[in-house]
Design a binder for this molecule. Sequence first.
Ligand code: SF4
Length: 250
Amino acid sequence: MNINIKILLLEIRGISIKKDNIRSKVKFFLGGFSMEKKELSCIDCFVTNCNHQDKEYPDFCLTTNMDEDVLNEAMELYKEDENRRSMIAAGEVEHDHYCQYTRVEEIMAYARKMGMKKLGIATCVGLISESRKLASILRYNGFEVYGVACKVGTQKKVDVGIPERCNEIGENMCNPILQAKLLNEAGTELNIVMGLCVGHDSLFYKYSDALVTTGVTKDRVTGHNPVAAIYGADFYFKKRFFPPKDEEEK
Ligand code: SF4
C-alpha cells in the first residue's frame, strides 16, 4: 500500500501524524504492526507529547484520556516512604551521572542514596563468573553481598511439571522462588538480577521482598544484549520476527 494512503488511513483513525518528519517511522510502524490493531496505546504513538509538550497529543492519547482516579492512585503511592525515596534516588542518579555512569556504577550510586548496604545477587549459573566479578566490585566499594544461583536446591524439572524433553539441556530446574526466599531470609536490601531466564526473572520479581534491579538481561543469542535483535528487526532478524503469514492469519 502506498505510504500516503497508509498515512491517510491512520489520520482517519484519529492518529495525529506530522507527515514532514516521520514518514520513515510510519513506514517502519506499518511494517511491524497490524493495521487492524484495535486498542491504540503509547506504543502506537509517534509524538510522545507527554515528554516535552511541543507537539499535539494524539486522539487516543493515554494522558488526555486518563481516568483521574488511576492517576491520583499512582501519585498517592509516591508518597509512601520507600517509593518516594526510590524516585528521588533514581532521579538524582539519572541527572547527576547522565551518560557518565555505567549501569554497575548507577546501581551502586542508587544503593548508596537509598542507604542500602547489603545487596543480593540472583544469578543464573551460566553467569556465575560475571556475578562473582560484580560481587568483587560491589564489595570493593563497601557493600556486603549475598548471592544465590538459579539451580540452588537441586530440584528436578519434572517435579514442577516441566516436560521430560526439556531435560535435554539439563534436568535440574531453575528455582527463582527459592532464590528470592533465600535472599529474603538473608535480609538483602536491594536484589540484582543477573541473567535469569525469561519467566524465571518474572517469578523472582514476584517473590523478592526487596526492591529488584536488573544487572544483566539474558539473551543467549545476542550476548545478553536483547536490544540488538530489536535494532536488527528490520533486517538481520526480520525473517524470525515477521515470518510470512497465511492470508487468513493477516
Ligand atoms: S501518553 Fe500520549 S503523547 Fe505520551 S506516548 Fe502515550 S499516547 Fe503518546
